[in-house]
Design a binder for this molecule. Structure first.
Ligand code: PHE
Ligand code: ZN
Length: 881
């Protein structure tokens, strides 16, 4: 394990390597505990480089067995090897030379799941960001691109399958009981895209013919017996390939594309060239075991990894500071893909919900960092929602500022200009500046300034002049290392609505750039004046969430109700409902804390129920409307002195009230959306289920009776309905006979399916109330739980810490102690997983003082522990400051 180094890596220190790596030849002799890796590397010194500079290669916990120079053993004075570096001196000034390095590694003992490890008997690799250096000494950085040949030798019976990147060259027997396979990847790549898989797996096969008529073999490998559960992933892959050709003109570039599903994986999936490796959670699905959300995630992640082939692999990152170059852009691409495959508006609402609940929180707390950071202590901790999701939003803003056609031209230019490069964010932005002749330097602040901009809005209508003035002011709070911010270029989509909901087209506008329903806010304070506005309009601002900002805009309930009723942009209708709901919920929290009854006016109820009852609206949208702001949303809105119990109680009371008021509507929906049709995972059917299930939750809460949920559980014919009814039972009627029966039925029905049992773990881990702690402690003892598997840890401990506010933040602080103890134990095995769990406490300072004190004490225990990983040390230092 890489323990704390305290070292800071800075973008300003970037410089190219002294040596160019021309070719890589790897030979693996696989063995569970002693794998031999021979790396033959051909280098030459760069012309500009110092002729005496040594070759310094990265390592991490490596054991060197030999090093050769042009096939001859090197004198021990000429090199220095430590577990984390190999330095070789006295190398040629210009001619190419070959270094052959042999290392011995232990895949079985690799519990951090970086480098070469074993998952359920399968050898697999994970090299992003710095895992390759755990396999061999190497210039392990993304700007070192080379062509790889890989030879794999392994026991044949145990490992009939030997895979690596690129195209299959050939294979044969190899001594007693062994065989070998050779792979060649013609595309130069950085080491983080290297992959190797060996083992015994089942296969689902298909083919895809590209636009230019080439046939590509598609192979998805899963554990034997699970093949039928990989067909949806295959379908999603083919749709992704078609979409990327049609939308971005990107064609696949090898003869084979492989996906391997493994059960132990730190992240969602990895885009290794030609050989994507996936967390099996994002491959396996059938109606009986996967929810609609699982299907949508699989589709999105399959697409995301496939899209990386161009945005990430063909054009990679110069250094890890440029991570958003591949991630933000690829998230944007997968969002667009899903929007095209499903309902764009509903997809957008989901994206914004996620952005606000994760990224906005990150951006306003101790872990805030720019989309393109300029320093890090541990790169693993920068795979964040800021880099991914805010990075995607920044790309989206470029698209809206330029418009569809210019954006397409800019992307084409990017692919043309930088194919084969290790590029930077500046390279990317320059392409859009060049095609549009726009100066994007102010816009680029989005990459460099952390923090979510707040935009304050006020409006003024002048009846005599028939002008409508929109006054905007922007600020960004200080973030770590960035006390002062400059004004940003914020593209705000808008509409002016008349009293009857019709759109008003003003005759002209002044005060700044206004184009195609976009206000370009560029100054700290700016007033836009619309002329020729015949009546007082209602302003709908930031339509479709055109900019990732927080609007401070107090609109009357009447104005919000008008938007909720008439906006043609469905996102804005949902937003108006949210804006009606949040003040009501926050007021409710105050009432609860003052021990007063929770009372609220009818505007919210009326608008919400009108939308829910409107059959002309798609069911998925109505379901989104019914999912009122979450407890975390309310906490964010309150902004401090958080009492999670009061938030829970207020929200529950308000939902109960709405449920009672709308009982007839909800019952009607329950009947109307019920269907005997066989399950299909498409967006339309999923939307109907979402609405039916939302209605069910309201009915059950209005009646305060588990009966209907128990009935729904009994007759569910798919995992969406089954897990939803189970969570209604568990969350609203914990401990009842109905709930106990359903939980134990679920457990025994899926006893052999770990991924499904994760749902069982997480449903129980999120049952509100302070008993949550006892519950998760008991579940951790369950034979079904396995602390070494990241999916299990996230399902149980992660769900508790991230998604059970009343349980995790119980007032006595007991949950903090238990979770921090667990984090310390996990850190010994898997630092990345531990560090991520620890981010659940990043908002501790916003808690009311008593809880904040307990949280600080628990965090201090971590800070005082010895031998923390670099990953956890980095997070704890930032969180505690
Ligand atoms: N690059 C992967 C993705 O976003 C994520 C990942 C990062 C996976 C680091 C593993 C390790 O698609
Ligand atoms: Zn990615």
């Amino acid at each position: 394990m890489r323990t704390e180094t305290g070292q800071v890596t800075s973008l300003a220190d970037y410089r190219p390597t002294d040596f160019v790596l021309e070719r890589v030849d790897l030979t693996f002799e696989l063995d569970p505990t002693e794998t031999k890796v021979e790396a033959r590397l051909i280098f030459h010194r760069r012309e500009e480089a110092n002729p005496n500079a040594p070759l310094v290669l990265d390592g991490d916990e490596l054991v060197l067995s030999s090093v050769l120079f042009d096939q001859i053993e090197i004198d021990s004075e000429r090199y220095t090897a430590t577990p984390d570096s190999l330095t070789i001196r006295d190398l040629p000034a210009s001619e190419p030379f070959e270094i052959t390095i042999t290392t011995l590694i232990n895949p079985e003992a690799n519990t951090q799941l970086m480098g070469l490890y074993r998952s359920n008997g399968i050898y697999c690799t994970q090299c992003e960001a710095e895992g390759f250096r755990r396999i061999t000494y190497f210039p392990d950085r993304p700007d070192v691109l080379a062509v790889y040949t890989v030879n794999i030798i392994a026991d044949k019976a145990a490992n009939p399958l030997l895979l690596s990147n690129g195209n299959f060259l050939g294979g044969a027997g190899y001594g007693e009981g062994k065989h070998f396979a050779a792979w060649f990847d013609p595309h130069p790549k950085p080491s983080y895209l290297f992959a190797l898989v060996a083992g015994d797996l089942g296969l689902v096969e298909d083919t895809f013919t590209t636009v230019s008529g080439r046939e590509v073999a598609l192979k998805i490998y899963v554990e034997h017996g699970k093949e039928p559960r990989a067909t949806y992933a295959m379908d999603a892959l083919k749709r992704s390939m078609t979409w990327d050709e049609e939308t971005f003109g990107r064609e696949y570039d090898l003869d084979i594309f492989m996906i391997v599903a493994v059960s132990d994986f730190n992240m969602g999936a990895m885009e290794n060239k030609g050989l994507n490796i996936f967390n099996d959670k994002y491959v396996l699905a059938d109606p009986e075991t996967a929810t609609d959300a699982d299907y949508a995630n699989i589709e999105a992640i399959i697409a995301h990894e496939y899209f990386h082939n161009w945005t990430g692999n063909r054009i990679t990152c110069r250094d890890w500071f440029q991570l958003c170059l591949k991630e933000g852009l690829t998230v944007y691409r997968d969002h667009e893909f899903s929007a095209d495959q499903r309902s764009r508006a509903v997809k957008r609402i989901g994206e914004v919900r996620h952005l606000r609940s994760e990224q906005f929180v990150e951006d306003s707390g101790p872990l805030a960092h720019p989309v393109r950071p300029s320093q890090y202590k541990e790169i693993n901790n920068f795979y964040t929602t800021t880099v991914y999701e805010k990075g995607s939003e920044v790309t989206r803003m470029i698209a809206s500022i330029l418009g569809k056609d210019l954006f397409k031209q800019g992307m084409d230019l990017y692919f043309e200009r930088h194919d084969g490069d290790a590029a930077t964010v500046e390279d990317f932005v320059q392409c859009f500046a060049d095609v549009s002749n726009r100066n994007l330097s102010q816009f680029s602040l989005w990459y460099h300034q952390a923090g979510t901009p707040h935009v304050t809005v006020s409006c003024d209508y002048d009846t005599n002049a028939q002008t409508f003035t929109v006054k905007l002011a922007q600020t960004i709070a200080a973030t770590p290392g960035q006390p002062d911010k400059k004004p940003m270029h914020i593209p705000l989509s808008f509409a002016l609505l008349a009293n009857d909901g019709a759109m008003i087209a003003p005759a002209s506008a002044s005060g700044g750039e206004v184009s195609e329903n976009l206000l370009h806010l560029t100054e700290a304070a700016q007033s836009f004046v619309f002329h020729g506005v015949p009546e007082r309009p209602v302003l709908s601002l930031n339509r479709s969430f055109s900019a990732p900002v927080i609007l401070n805009f107090t609109q009357s309930s009447d104005d919000l109700a008008l938007i909720a009723r008439y906006e043609s942009d469905l996102f804005s209708r949902w937003q108006a409902l949210t804006d009606l709901a949040l003040p009501v919920l926050c007021e409710g929290v105050k009432q609860v804390r003052a021990a007063q009854p929770v009372l609220f006016n009818d505007a919210l109820k009326r608008s919400l129920l009108a939308i829910v009852a409107d059959d002309t609206l798609e069911p998925a949208f109505r379901a989104q409307a019914l999912a009122l702001p979450s407890e975390a949303d309310i906490a964010r809105e309150l902004g401090g002195d958080i009492d999670p119990d009061a938030i829970y109680a207020a929200r529950k009371a308000i939902i109960h009230d709405i449920a009672v008021a709308g009982l007839d509507i909800f019952k009607g929906l329950l009947a109307q959306m019920a269907t005997d049709a066989a399950y299909t995972p498409d967006a339309k059917a999923a939307g109907q289920r979402a609405l039916k299930n939302a209605a069910l939750a309201y009915v059950v809460q209005a009646e305060n009776d588990p009966l209907k949920a128990a009935e729904a559980y009994a007759k569910a014919n798919n995992m969406t309905d089954l897990s939803h009814s189970l969570s209604i039972l568990a969350h609203h009627f914990p401990g009842t006979t109905e709930t106990k029966a359903a939980l134990s039925d679920f457990e025994s029905r899926f006893a052999n399916n770990a991924l499904v049992l994760d749902k069982w773990f997480s449903i129980q881990a999120t049952i509100p109330g302070e008993d949550g702690l006892v519950r998760i402690k008991t579940l951790m003892q369950s034979p079904k739980f396995n602390a070494a598997n990241p999916n299990r840890v996230r399902a149980l401990i992660g769900s508790f810490a991230f998604a059970n506010p009343t349980g995790f933040h119980r007032a006595d602080g007991a949950s903090y102690s238990v979770v921090t103890e667990e984090i310390l134990a996990i850190d010994k095995r898997n630092p990345q997983l531990a560090a991520r769990l620890l981010t659940s406490m990043r908002t501790w300072k916003l808690l009311e003082p008593q809880r904040a004190g307990k949280a600080r004490a628990a965090l201090t225990t971590i800070a005082n522990a010895n031998d923390l990983s670099n990953d956890v040390r980095d997070i704890i230092d930032r969180i505690l400051t």
